[in-house]
Design a protein around this ligand. Structure first.
Ligand code: P6P
Length: 349
């Protein structure tokens, strides 16, 4: 091989090495700073905050990966949470993990969770910490004991006002107030997907590094997709227009049903392959099951940032003003054309 060819080969190898090294160094905290194109105190805070969320994801992923080998990890606690749901031991553990990672952070003063009736305040962080974390620590608890995919959902808001009476009234604001949102998917690999309003980006946990490394930037949801994701066991509880939509996808070529019992898994599939996820209201529960502040609003932020849509069927999820912390909303979310098709049945009503 000529010297010139050798040096070209060497420089190509170097370039490839540099590229893979650069990729391995594109951690979540670095990516946030790149997204913000700033090293301001606010940018550093948000980067540090997301890094703590990543730490929570690592701790939960580690626990899940060994749950079957440990005592007292799986199964129910025997308690019932504010939602009236039986609490899994993993729900409690994960809820406490998110609290623990923000202690002594000076970042997050309040945490509001599906598992806690009222927000949890971290005294040493208040009033310095101006961020509030709203989260569903384990989304899809029914999958915990059967080793199927699960998620955590997070939403970050800026605290507005002093909240002197601990009522956290400033949280009763529409989802457009979110400054960051995303989810952690505990699947064959652990992925973290986030947005700060500058597109949607996914990171994969590299256990050998203990870091979430950038997998995909600026994810765009397909305009249309084959997947419809809904619990058809509720068919007879839905309003007629939703039943009509389901009859439509049953008789129309090109649709396929996928429903895992963990919204994060179903949403991630739809983000990548396209389609629509529905958790409609029912006659008995017109507001549906999913909670606005820490489930439907963060998911809506991510999917809208990826070019999709999220609606209650009649109102954009991100415009809904919650009346209380654990307010529920119906959810129809996914590819623009698939969501529009569902809405077309609702409009006929
Ligand atoms: P159902 C999990 O409890 C959850 O909040 C979502 O993750 C999931 O999509 C849904 O509820 C499952 O509810 O009524 O279909 O079992």
């Amino acid at each position: 091989m000529t010297k010139a060819a050798e040096s070209t080969e060497r420089s190509t190898k170097d370039a490839t090495t540099d590229r893979s090294l650069d990729r391995d160094c594109t951690t979540l905290s670095r990516h946030i700073l790149q997204q913000l194109q700033s090293f301001s105190p606010e940018a550093q805070d948000l980067s540090a905050l997301m890094n703590r969320i990543a730490l929570a994801g690592k701790l939960i992923a580690r626990r899940l990966s060994r749950a079957g080998l440990m005592e007292d990890v799986l199964g129910f606690t025997g308690e019932t949470n504010i939602q009236g749901e039986s609490v899994k031991k993993m729900d409690v553990y994960a809820n406490n993990v998110f609290i623990a990672v923000f202690k002594q952070s000076g970042l997050v003063c309040r945490l509001a969770s599906e598992e806690m009736e009222k927000p949890y305040y971290i005294p040493e962080n208040c009033p310095v910490g101006r961020y509030t974390l709203l989260y569903d620590p384990i989304d899809g608890s029914s999958n915990t004991d059967i080793n199927l995919s699960l998620g955590s959902i997070f939403s970050i808001r800026q605290q507005e006002g002093e909240d002197v009476d601990g009522s956290a009234k400033d949280l009763l604001a529409p989802g457009r107030k979110q400054i960051a949102a995303g989810y952690i998917l505990y699947g064959p690999s652990t992925m973290l997907v986030y947005t700060i309003g500058k597109g949607v980006h996914s990171f994969t946990l590299d256990p050998s590094l203990g870091e979430f490394i950038l997998s995909e930037e600026n994810i765009q949801i397909p305009v249309h997709g084959p997947v419809y994701s809904v619990n058809e066991g509720n068919f007879w509880q839905w309003d007629e227009p939703i039943r009509e939509y389901i009859r439509y996808v049953h008789r129309t070529e090109g649709y396929t049903a996928r429903y895992s019992g963990a919204m994060v898994s179903d949403i991630h599939r739809i983000l990548i392959q396209g389609g629509v996820f529905l958790y409609p209201g029912t006659v008995k529960k017109p507001e549906g099951k999913l909670r606005l502040l820490y489930e439907t609003a963060p998911i809506a932020f991510v999917i809208e940032q990826a070019g999709g849509r999220a609606t209650t069927g009649y109102e954009n999820i991100l415009d809904v003003v919650p009346k209380h912390l654990h307010q529920r909303t119906p959810l129809i979310v996914g590819s623009k054309e698939n969501v529009a098709k569902v809405e077309s049945f609702l409009k006929q009503n």
